[in-house]
Structures are given as C-alpha cells and as structure tokens.
Design a protein. Structure first.
Ligand SMILES: Cc1cc2nc3c(=O)[nH]c(=O)nc-3n(C[C@H](O)[C@H](O)[C@H](O)COP(=O)(O)OP(=O)(O)OC[C@H]3O[C@@H](n4cnc5c(N)ncnc54)[C@H](O)[C@@H]3O)c2cc1C
Length: 397
C-alpha cells in the first residue's frame, strides 16, 4: 500500500535540512527524501555570512557551528595582474544594520551533520531519488527510482540545481554563466600561520579565493572561463586540474606561499563545476509555488558563487518557509503559507542572483577597461556589496 505523508521535503542539503529542522522546532513533522546513500558533502567548505548566522541561530545550532570555525577579521582584494591590494575591509569596523558582521569558512559536512543531528530519528530517508511527480486530487504522487510511490499532502523541493520539483512547477532551466569552478582544502596539522583574512585575488580571467576554516585547514576556490585560459580537457582528472590552476597562478602576481597551499591540497572529486544561475526575470515572474508545492535553495535560485550566498540564502529560505508553513499547517491553510513565502522571497532572491552574476563578471574579467575600473573604482564598492547583501535578518522561527 502507498504511504501518505503530510510534508515531504526532497533533498537533504542545507535548504532541506534547515526546513525540516525549522518545522521540527515548531512541532511539525516532515519526511526528507535524499537520493544519495549518505549525506552529500561535495565542495569541502563554504563561506557563512552574517545572514546565514542569523538563520542558524534561529534554528538553534549557530553556536555549535561557531565553536569549530574561525571568525575571519577582514577581506582583502588583490589584483592578479599588479599584485597590489585594490581594497581591504575590516569586518568589525564596517557599518551594518543588524549587528556585528560575522564571516566564517565552514566545513560542509560539519554543518550538514549538525543540522541532521537535531532531527528526530528516521526524518531523513537516504537512497530515495524522486524521478517523477504526478497529481492525485490534492495529493502529489512521488515516484521513486526503486519503483515505490509516496503520496504527499505538501511537497517542498530542496533538490538543488537540477530540481525535478522546479521542473514540475515549470521554472526555466538554469543558465550557464560561461564560467567553471574547482575547489580544494589543505590540512596543516601544526598550524598554517595565515592571517584570519578572506583573500580574493581577481582579474586576468580568473578568481582565486583563499580562506582559513580553522588554524589547521585552508579552503580555496578557483573560477575561470573554459573558453579562455587554454583550459582544454583540464577537467579530465584532479592531476590535470591542479596543474592548470598552478600554471595560471604562477604566471600571475599571486604570492608564492598562497600557491604552495594548492600543491598540498586535497581536491574535489567533482573536478570542475559549471557555474549556473536562474535568470532574475524568471525568479520575479515564474512559479515558486503552486498550491501545495514549493521550491527553495538552489532548486529556486541557483547563482554564481561570487558573493558566497547560495548556501546562506538557502538557510534563510529554510527558516522563513518553515515559519510560514508551520503557522499555515496550524491554521489549516497551507496554500496561504506558501504564497506568503513566495511574496517574501522573490525580490530578495532575484537581487542576490543578479548581484552575484555582475560581481563575478567584473572580478574575473581580463578586459583592460573593466580591469581598470575594477582596480581604480569598483573594488571598494564590490567589497562593501559582499557585506551589504549579507546584512539581512530572516527573523526568528
Ligand atoms: C564553486 C562553488 C562555491 C560555492 N561557495 C559558496 C559559499 O562560499 N557560500 C555559500 O553560501 N554558497 C556557496 N555555494 C553555493 C552552495 O553550495 C549552494 O547554494 C547550496 O549547496 C545549495 O543548497 P541546497 O540544499 O539548495 O542544494 P544542494 O546542496 O545541491 O542539495 C540538494 C540535495 O538534493 C538531493 N537531490 C537532488 N535531486 C534529488 C532527487 N531527485 N530526489 C532526492 N534527492 C535529490 C541531492 O543529492 C542533494 O543532497 C557555492 C557553490 C559552488 C558551485
């Protein structure tokens, strides 16, 4: 016999786990279906900005994550072509609306496991891939890859960039930005000795970011345009990708000790990630919800990683959606709750996606005019934009 669940969340990434935990805190049960056999930890680490700390605090896990990750003190922008500092921001001296700016580089597996550990046993069902969604009156029929069917009264798509739920809602496919990224992490058992600074090296057709997660490990990312930089077939193996990144950085003015970290790094099994985004127009006018179905996180607003906000806004989504949804469940009108979520999130998501794209374009460009503007005029504005976007409070549950 097919089972009927009240709320089914598809995907156990940041968005799915934050929503399940927010609902749990509000006394509402949900079931999370995850296609992988275990938690997916691709990407090692990522920046968690002030807005996401607000979301994690609302979910009651902020301090557990803080305890294991360094508080970064500053952000430095360095020109890849001249080696000069084009902008520097001290986080504790910068104006803000909602209290202290807080930036840490957090390990992905640690955050996912911390969120999952707070959920009741059996909330997450692994190896459960949704392949098709159909309707049966007010219920949604979820067909799984193993042939089973689950009926859901409410369906929340947190299934990432290739979302089947977004497709069901008729949202446009994400667009390719023309850029790719690779990432790595290096372990330093006796301490790395680097400053607590987020170093951004820009220009020359690439972006390189370098951040300490703790005193013993460093996370880095590198983005480039496959159509430039002589990047043919570099994604065939980790070895080829490492050589490619090292060759480009060595030919630039990037300091030697920063490059050496790459030589000793573990690199992602997903050697190259194409950077995709959803058009802000489609976010403003597309269906984010339809009756008892809704999408959040990358399923809703995939973006280029240039403001480090994809995961952070997914956590915001999770808190805001669970607040509206739990209240709506108690009032017996889910549709109204999802519509409130839609109204609340459209502009915020479209704005962050657009700003991320523009920032990445300017930061990475090798065009002489854009480079001139970036280094003489825009570097400071872009540094402040990183902070402005994160100066947002999703509120309590
Ligand atoms: C290079 C790079 C750097 C980044 N850096 C940052 C950063 O510094 N800061 C930041 O905030 N964000 C960053 N991001 C973005 C961030 O990783 C994503 O925005 C975030 O992971 C989105 O979370 P999510 O839960 O929506 O989706 P995901 O993390 O993609 O999770 C989706 C989950 O759904 C599961 N799933 C998919 N399809 C199905 C299905 N059909 N059935 C069941 N389960 C399914 C998947 O297995 C997965 O576990 C970066 C992204 C990239 C590519």
């Amino acid at each position: 016999m097919d089972t009927v669940e009240d709320i089914v969340i598809v995907g156990a990434g940041f968005a799915g786990l934050a929503t399940a935990l927010g609902l749990h805190r509000k006394g509402v049960k949900s079931l999370v279906l995850e296609s992988s056999p275990a938690m997916r930890t691709t990407g090692f680490a990522f920046t968690i900005w002030t807005n996401a700390w607000r979301a994690l605090d609302a979910l009651g896990v902020g301090d557990k994550v803080r305890d294991h990750h360094l508080l970064l003190e500053s952000i430095t922008f360095l020109s890849a072509t001249s080696g000069d500092i084009s902008a520097k921001v001290d986080l504790d001296k910068t104006q803000r609306k909602i209290g202290m700016h807080e930036l840490r580089c957090v390990q992905r597996d640690f955050l996912l496991e911390t969120l999952a550990a707070e959920l009741p046993k059996d909330t997450i069902r692994f190896s459960s891939k949704i392949v098709l969604i159909q309707e049966d009156g007010n219920l949604k029929l979820l067909h799984l890859a193993d042939g089973s069917i689950i009926k859901a009264k409410v369906l929340i798509g947190c299934d990432g960039i290739n979302s089947v739920v977004a497709k069901y809602l008729g949202l446009e496919k994400p667009l390719f930005s023309g850029r790719c990224a690779t990432r790595g992490i290096s372990e330093h058992p006796t301490g790395h000795g680097f400053k607590h600074d987020y170093l951004n090296i820009n220009g020359g057709g690439f972006r390189y970011g370098f951040l300490p997660c703790s005193e013993k490990n460093i996370y880095w990312f590198f983005t480039w345009c496959p159509s430039e930089n002589g990047a043919e077939k570099v994604d065939e193996s980790i070895q080829k990708m490492r050589e490619f990144v090292l060759k480009i950085l060595t030919a630039s003015k990037v300091p030697r000790e920063i490059i050496e970290v790459i030589e000793r790094s573990e690199m992602s099994e997903v050697v190259s990630s194409p950077l995709r985004y959803r058009s802000p127009i489609s976010l403003l006018f597309g269906n984010i919800t339809k009756r008892n179905v809704c999408v959040i996180g990358d399923a809703l607003h995939p973006m280029t990683p240039d403001l480090g906000q994809g995961g952070c806004t997914s956590l915001e989504d999770g808190v805001i959606l669970s607040r509206y949804l739990a209240d709506a469940v108690h009032d017996g009108n889910v549709e109204v709750g999802l519509e409130k979520f839609e109204r609340d999130r459209r502009w915020r998501c479209a704005n962050v996606v657009a700003k991320s794209y523009i920032t990445g374009f300017i930061q990475q460009s090798s065009n002489w005019f854009v480079s001139f503007l970036r280094e003489k005029l825009l570097a400071g504005i872009m540094a402040r934009d990183l902070l402005n976007v994160s100066d947002y409070d999703c509120g309590k549950l």
